[in-house]
Design a binder for this molecule. Structure first.
Ligand code: GLN
Ligand code: ZN
Length: 772
C-alpha cells in the first residue's frame, strides 16, 4: 500500500508526556520538599529541567509540535482549578500565604483542612483532584503556569502548543462544594467560567502560541442534550473571541458520538480525535458528518494507553482514509502519553525479542514521527520502518509466549456449564451452613493484615540475597502464626492468613503466572507522587504450580476455625495490568480465569472451605459509553464464575469489592453468583445494603462496618448501630460483619482495637436478635 504525499506535510505531535523522569526525579524532589529537605527553588528547578529534558527528547525524536502545560507537580485538573481561580474557601488562606504550599494543601490536606476529593480520570488508573464549585464560585484567570511553560518551550526554538483541560470537561468533572446543595449543577457556571478561559487564551496568544489545545474527554461519555448544548455554546463563545490562538479541541478515551457533529460545526480551527479501539468508530462518524472541511484534524492512531507497538501499516491506512476528510491531517497518540511508562529501552530483564513488541512513551513518539513522515511524504520514505514493524508484529503473533496450544485448547473446551455452580444458591447455602457451622452474623476480615516494616524488609532482604527463600518463608510463617492467634483470641469466626507474602494483590499473582511480564522501570503515575508498575499481560496465561495453597493450608493447620483462601479475581487482574491488544479482553479474562480456577480447586482439595475472589476493579473498568457496558459485564461476570464454579456446593465462595457507588453494577454483582459478598459501606452508612436490598439481592452480604481508610477506631456501639441499619435491609441469616477492605495499610494498634469492637458489636446484636 502506498499513500500519496499530502499537500502540506503532516505534523507529528503528542498531548502530554510522563512527568516524573527516568529515575523518578520529580517524585523525589516533591517528597523531599514535603519533608523540608528540598527548597521550593530546588523543586522548581528540578521541574523545569525535567520539562526541558522531555521536550528535547520529543523534539529529538522528530515531534514537530511540543505540548506545554501538561506537566504538573501533582495533577493537571488541580492546575486548572488554580488557573481559573476556583480555590475552595477552606484552602484560600494557605494559597494566599504561599501558593506552592497552598497547592499541596489542596492536593493532600493539612492537619486542619481536608484535601480535595480524588477520583479516577475516566477509565484510567490516574486520579485527579475533583474541583469543588458552588453558586458563589467566582472565577479569575491565572495564566502564570501555562504562559511560563509555553515560554520555556518556545525558548528551545521549537513549535509548542499549550494543552488545557477544556471548560466543559472541567465543569463536568466538578462536584458541588461541601457547603453547597448536593443537587447544584456545576455546568450552570459555564458562562462565568468562559471569560477566565478567554483571558488565559489571550495571554497565551500574546506569549506566542499559534495553537492552543482544549481537552474535552468528558464529551466521549453519554451526554444529555443540555450538556451537548453547553459544549456548543462554550466553543461558539471561545471560537468567536478575537484575541486567541487557533483552537484544537481534543477528545480521547472513546468515540465522540453525538458530540462529534457539535464540535465539527463549532467555529474552532481543529479537532483531535481518538481512532484506537472502540474510538475507531470516529472514522465512520466523521465521514457521516461530511468530514471537517477547512479544519485541521489531529488523528490519534497510536494507542496512548497501552504499551504495544503500533501496527504502522494499519495506522497508515486509517490516516490515508482521513486525508480526504479534513483540510489537513496530523498524527498523534490517542491521548496523553502520561498513561504509559517513559522508555522501554531501559528494561533489562525482558528478552530482546519480546522487548521489540513494546512501545513506551519514547517509542510511541518515534512511531508518531514515522507515521507523519509516511503520511506526508509517502510510504516509500519509511520502508525500513515498515519492514521492521512487520517483522516485530509477526514475531509477536507467532511466538510461543502469545500462542500456547495447551492454553488455547483448554480455553476452547470451556462450556457454559463450567461457569455455573452445580447447585442453586439456596441448596448451596444449606450445605454450607451444615459444613461450616457458623453463628448468626458471622465475623470476618477482607484478607490482609497490617504490612509492617519488618515484612517489607524481609521481602527486601530476600531480593538482595540477605536471607534465602527458607529464611523468608520462616518469617512469613511466623507472621501467619501471629495473625491466626490474634484472630482466635479476638473471636472472629472466619479467619484469614493475612496476605503477609504479598507485595501487591495483582503483582503477586502476575509473578507466578506464565504469560505475564514484569518491568523494572515501567512506572506510571497513579496520583501525585504515587507511581505504580503495572505488569504486562503479554501471552497466553497458565499456572505452572499452586500460588497460595501452602500459605492457606499452613494457616488452616493452626486452627479449627475455617480459614478463608484469598485470590485476586480475573477482572481485577486485567484492570491493573497492561492488557493484550491482539485478542478480545474477554479471551484474556477467560485464560486468567482458568488459571485461577485451578488455584480455587486446589485450595478446596487441600481442605479450604471458604474461598474469596476479590474483584475491587469490576466497577472501574466499566466502559465509558453505556451501550458498551452489557458486553463488558457479560465477559467480566463469566470470568468470575469460571474462576469459582468448579467447587463443591458446600464450599463457600466470597467476593469483595470496594467503592461506594455501585448502583450501576448491582445486576452484575448478582450475576457473579458468589455466596457472600463484602463491600465498602461504613462511610456511606450502609447505603450499599439498601441498594442490594432494593435490587432483591438474594445471597449473603457483608457491608463494611469499619472504615479502614482512616486510623480512627470505631466504637463497638457505632459498629452495632451500623449493623442494626444493615439489618433493616438484609435479613440476619444473610448478614456478615466485616471491615470495608483489607487492613494492610493500617497499623496494628488500631486494627486490634477496631476488630475487637467489631466482634463485640456482632455479639451485642446477636443477643438482641435472640431476645426478640
Ligand atoms: N484481599 C485484599 C486485601 O485484603 C483486598 C484488597 C482490595 O480490595 N483492594 O488486602
Ligand atoms: Zn477492598
Amino acid at each position: 500500500m502506498t499513500t500519496k504525499p499530502a499537500a502540506t506535510p503532516a505534523r507529528a505531535t503528542v498531548y502530554g508526556y510522563p512527568r516524573q523522569g527516568q529515575h523518578r526525579e520529580l517524585k523525589k524532589a516533591i517528597e523531599g520538599y514535603w519533608k523540608g529537605r528540598v527548597t521550593a527553588d530546588a523543586l522548581r528547578d528540578t521541574a523545569a529541567k525535567l520539562r526541558r529534558a522531555h521536550w528535547r527528547q520529543l523534539a529529538g525524536a522528530g515531534i514537530d509540535e511540543l505540548p506545554t502545560g501538561d506537566f504538573s507537580l501533582y495533577d493537571h485538573v488541580l492546575d486548572t482549578t488554580v488557573m481559573v481561580g476556583a480555590i475552595p474557601r477552606r484552602h484560600r488562606e494557605a494559597v494566599d500565604g504561599d501558593p506552592l504550599d497552598g497547592y499541596f494543601a489542596m492536593a493532600r490536606g493539612t492537619q486542619d483542612v481536608a484535601p480535595l476529593e480524588m477520583t479516577k480520570w475516566f477509565d484510567t488508573n490516574y486520579h485527579y483532584l475533583v474541583p469543588e464549585l458552588g453558586p458563589d464560585t467566582v472565577f479569575s484567570a491565572d495564566s502564570t503556569k501555562q504562559v511560563t511553560e509555553l515560554r520555556e518551550a518556545l525558548a528551545l526554538g521549537a513549535a509548542a502548543r499549550p494543552v488545557l483541560v477544556g471548560p466543559v470537561t472541567y465543569l463536568l468533572l466538578a462536584k458541588p462544594a461541601p457547603d453547597v446543595a448536593p443537587d447544584f449543577d456545576p455546568l450552570t457556571l459555564l458562562d462565568r467560567l468562559l471569560p477566565a478561559y478567554a483571558e488565559v487564551l489571550a495571554d497565551l496568544r500574546a506569549a506566542g502560541a499559534e495553537w492552543a489545545q482544549l481537552d474535552e474527554p468528558a464529551l466521549v461519555q453519554d451526554r444529555t442534550p443540555a450538556e451537548l448544548q453547553a459544549a456548543e455554546r462554550a466553543y461558539r463563545v471561545l471560537g468567536t473571541l478575537s484575541d486567541r490562538p487557533k483552537l484544537l479541541v481534543a477528545s480521547y478515551f472513546d468515540r465522540l458520538g453525538e458530540a462529534l457533529p457539535v464540535l465539527a460545526k463549532a467555529p474552532v480551527e481543529g479537532l483531535a480525535l481518538d481512532f484506537t479501539g472502540a474510538a475507531a468508530a470516529n472514522l465512520d462518524a466523521l465521514a457521516a458528518v461530511g468530514g471537517l472541511p477547512g479544519k485541521r484534524l489531529v488523528a490519534g492512531v497510536v494507542d496512548g494507553r497501552n504499551i504495544w507497538i503500533n501496527d504502522l501499516a494499519k495506522s497508515l491506512a486509517t490516516l490515508g482514509t482521513l486525508l480526504g476528510l479534513a483540510d489537513r491531517v496530523d498524527v498523534a497518540a490517542s491521548c496523553s502519553l502520561l498513561h504509559v511508562p517513559l522508555d522501554a529501552s531501559a528494561e533489562r530483564d525482558i528478552e530482546p525479542q519480546v522487548l521489540r513488541w513494546l512501545a513506551f512513551a519514547r517509542q510511541k513518539s518515534a512511531e508518531i514521527v514515522t507515521l507523519a513522515r509516511g503520511l506526508g511524504r509517502g510510504t516509500d520514505t519509511i520502508t525500513a520502518e515498515l519492514a521492521a514493524n512487520r517483522a516485530d508484529l509477526a514475531s509477536r503473533a507467532h511466538s510461543a509466549l502469545t500462542r500456547d496450544p495447551a492454553v488455547r485448547a483448554r480455553t476452547e473446551a470451556v462450556t457454559a456449564a463450567d461457569a455455573r455452580r452445580s447447585q442453586p444458591y439456596a441448596e448451596r447455602a444449606a450445605a454450607q451452613r451444615t459444613h461450616l457451622g457458623l453463628p448468626l452474623l458471622p465475623t470476618t476480615t477482607i484478607g490482609s493484615f497490617p504490612q509492617t516494616g519488618e515484612l517489607r524488609s524481609a521481602r527486601a532482604d530476600l531480593r538482595t540475597g540477605r536471607i534465602d527463600t527458607a529464611g523468608y518463608e520462616e518469617r512469613i510463617k511466623a507472621e501467619i502464626r501471629e495473625v491466626i492467634s490474634f484472630q482466635e483470641k479476638t473471636g472472629l469466626d472466619v479467619l484469614v492468613h493475612g496476605e503477609a507474602e504479598r507485595n501487591d494483590m495483582v503483582q503477586y499473582f502476575a509473578e507466578q503466572l506464565t504469560g505475564y511480564l514484569a518491568t523494572q522501570h515501567g512506572w506510571v503515575q497513579s496520583y501525585g507522587t504515587r507511581y505504580v508498575r503495572p505488569p504486562i499481560l503479554a501471552g497466553d496465561i497458565s499456572r505452572p504450580e499452586p500460588m497460595t495453597v501452602r500459605w492457606t493450608t499452613y494457616a488452616q493447620s493452626l486452627t479449627t476455625k475455617p480459614v478463608k483462601g484469598m485470590l485476586t479475581g480475573p477482572v481485577t487482574m486485567l484492570a491493573w495490568s497492561f492488557v493484550r491488544d491482539d485478542q478480545p479482553l474477554g479471551d484474556t479474562a477467560r485464560q486468567v480465569a482458568l488459571a485461577l480456577r485451578e488455584e480455587v480447586n486446589d485450595l478446596e482439595a487441600s481442605g479450604t472451605s471458604v474461598i474469596q475472589v476479590d474483584e475491587p476493579a469490576l466497577r472501574e473498568t466499566l466502559p465509558l459509553r453505556s451501550s458498551d457496558r452489557p458486553a463488558y459485564l457479560a465477559w467480566a461476570t463469566e470470568a468470575f464464575r469460571l474462576t469459582t464454579a468448579g467447587v463443591r456446593p458446600d464450599t463457600q465462595i466470597h467476593t469483595h469489592m470496594c467503592y461506594a457507588e455501585f448502583g450501576d453494577v448491582v445486576q452484575a454483582i448478582d450475576d457473579l453468583d458468589a455466596d457472600v459478598i463484602s463491600l465498602e459501606a461504613a462511610r456511606s452508612h450502609m447505603q450499599v445494603a439498601r441498594e442490594l436490598a432494593a435490587h432483591g439481592y438474594p445471597r449473603e452480604a457483608g457491608p463494611g462496618v469499619y472504615d479502614i481508610h482512616s486510623p480512627r477506631v470505631p466504637s463497638s456501639a457505632e459498629a452495632a448501630e451500623l449493623l442494626r441499619s444493615g439489618l433493616r435491609a438484609i435479613p440476619a441469616e444473610r448478614l456478615w460483619v466485616n471491615p470495608d477492605c483489607g487492613l494492610k495499610t493500617r497499623g496494628w494498634p488500631e486494627t486490634r482495637a477496631s476488630l475487637e469492637n467489631l466482634v463485640a458489636a456482632a455479639r451485642t446484636v446477636r443477643e438482641e436478635l435472640s431476645g426478640r
